[in-house]
Design a protein around this ligand. Structure first.
Ligand code: PLP
Length: 394
């Protein structure tokens, strides 16, 4: 039988990280030695106290369905955590728990965007934004995120992109793939525009705990924004819990009720024991200490990698303030980003992502994740330097 797929599937994109990882694994299966700099996931183990909380929850019967938006006590603990992080008074009624924060993004778009509505999103940016906006019938509009501007949002440029059809603005800080962050001033300027033009904002703050130069500034936390913003966050990056699948959103109560219906129609609920593990992540001092240790290690790796890359002629690497990615400009090497990413993997065994897979504005850059050991990052930089004709001997 020839399967006839619905046309909407053609509008779905993908995350090239998953594809490059599969290709890298296939090369490893043939005996090749690969340094993985493509993966967007902390290489640390989940803190033991969080694992213990999950196993004891399972032993105590947390193996059943829960209410669709999450267990009441866990929503309360999440609301307390959000209030502490952002300064916004938040109750359990504002919180929805989902299997990964991508669901919060999908549900917010489904709830708010009509066919033909414009959604402004960062470019380069997390590719799932563009993919899901197109999938649900919205029109993605690129907001350039430039290295020359420290990978921050240029509020004037943002203002120039707003039209009567603009409905939603997606903002991500700290940012994937650039590691850029928004300052308090940036957030205020964005908030002013969103309020003036009556836009709804999806503020993706999944990397909020991975900040190297100071405290995270939350757009959701700007006074007046909580009524027009969904905060998108989760346990994946802060506590090295990607495989646990727990995301959360904080939002106006009417939107939370709609998301509850969307959860009933899709996943039913996030896993029960994972929800209890999140309470341990939010509340225990041990979990906080684990985040601090991880940030210290990531900062050291960032510094090493940025210095090593900047020693390669033709490579200009901005020192990112957050997340665990660097996004060097490689245009002066004479290589295209897709060609260079493919060659680095095939020729010298370093898996990186092409900048243009994060949007047209990412062309001329590659993304490296430093969620890998210092030794491996040194090997990656050496191999890239060697491929480009200059061993960097970091
Ligand atoms: C910017 C950004 N947002 C959201 C996610 C999704 O995270 P999760 O679904 O694990 O919560 C990722 C994962 O890489 C990301 O980089």
């Amino acid at each position: 039988m020839t399967l006839r797929f619905a046309g909407r599937l053609d509008r779905l994109g993908t995350e090239s990280a998953f594809e490059v990882l599969a290709h890298a694994r296939a090369l490893e299966a043939q005996g090749r030695d690969i340094v993985h700099c493509e993966i967007g996931e902390p290489d640390f183990a989940t803190p033991q106290n969080i694992i213990d909380a999950a196993t004891s929850a399972m032993n105590n019967g947390a193996t059943h369905y829960t209410p669709a938006s999450g267990i009441r006590e866990v929503r309360e603990a999440t609301a307390t955590y959000v209030a502490k992080q952002t300064g916004v008074p938040t109750t359990w009624r504002n919180v929805v728990l989902t299997p990964g924060s991508k669901n919060i993004l999908m549900f917010a778009l489904m709830a708010l965007v009509e066919d033909g509505d414009e959604v402004i999103l960062p470019d380069p940016g997390y590719p799932i934004y563009r993919s899901l906006v197109s999938f649900i019938g919205g029109v993605p509009v690129s907001l350039p995120i430039r290295q020359s501007n420290g990978f921050r949002v240029d509020a004037e440029e943002l203002a120039s992109l707003i039209t009567p059809r603009t409905r939603v603005l997606i903002v991500n800080s700290p940012q994937n793939p650039t590691g850029g962050i928004l300052t308090a001033k940036d957030c205020e300027a964005i908030a002013e525009l969103a309020t003036r033009h009556d836009l709804f904002v999806i503020s993706d703050e999944i990397y909020s705990r991975l900040n190297y130069e100071g405290a995270h500034v939350s757009l959701y936390g700007v006074p007046g924004m909580a009524e027009r913003t969904v905060l998108m966050d989760g346990c994946s990056k802060a506590w090295a819990m990607c495989g646990w699948r727990l995301g959360f959103g904080a939002m106006p109560e009417e939107l939370a009720k709609r998301m509850d219906t969307l959860m009933i129609n899709t996943s039913s609920c996030a896993a029960a024991f994972t929800q209890w593990a999140a309470v341990e992540a939010f509340e225990s001092p041990e979990s906080d200490a684990a985040v601090t240790a991880m940030v210290t290690e990531f900062r050291a790796r960032r510094d090493l990698l940025v210095d090593a890359l900047n020693r390669i002629p033709g490579v200009a690497c901005h020192k990112p303030e957050g997340a665990f990615y660097v996004f060097p400009d490689i245009s002066a090497t004479g290589h295209g980003d897709r060609e260079l990413a493919a060659a680095l993997l095939d020729e010298v065994g370093v898996a990186v992502l092409a900048g243009s897979s994060f949007g047209p504005q990412g062309a001329g850059h590659i993304r490296l994740s430093y969620a890998n050991s210092v030794d491996n990052l040194r090997r990656a930089a050496d191999r890239i330097g060697t491929y480009l004709g200059v061993p960097v001997a970091s």
